[in-house]
Design a protein around this ligand. Sequence first.
Ligand code: SF4
Ligand code: SF4
Length: 158
Amino acid sequence: MSPGKNKKKEKQTISESPLPNPALRTRKRVVLDFPPSQLQTPVTYILAKEYDIASNILRAEITPEESGKLVMEMDGLPENLEKAIQRIKDSGIEVTEIARKVIFDMDKCIHCGACISVCLAGALKLDHDFHLQFVEPKCTVCEMCVPSCPVDVVTIDL
Ligand code: SF4
Ligand code: SF4
């Protein structure tokens, strides 16, 4: 096969397997309650290996009865986070999600629109009067808008 044909094949393979856009990743905070029988379950390994989820353990406790509790943040694609949480629940570990949401202080917003361009989820737009609109159901809490605001009116409520 000529080098030109090889190049064409390589190009096709790449376009058939697009990498996930890292900007679409989001984070969830969860509390995991391990029964004694599941204390050895390698949760962080499973999350990384099977679901491409990075985990950050914020607190870990083992009680005298040898059950365990982990508070951790998971970072991954929304669909992978949902599947991973279900997988952990199915293994007998109790999972409680800690709600996080984005807060816009509209009294201080100058409606510059800078946050709109970084919101790939489409949760931000300007209305007919050029005022910022936050469509919260579309928000994946990716936090991209937080550093984009020149007047620091976007915060994350943990
Ligand atoms: S509003 Fe902010 S946190 Fe929510 S999806 Fe858009 S950029 Fe991400
Ligand atoms: S970047 Fe900040 S000031 Fe500008 S529209 Fe968004 S929230 Fe408002």
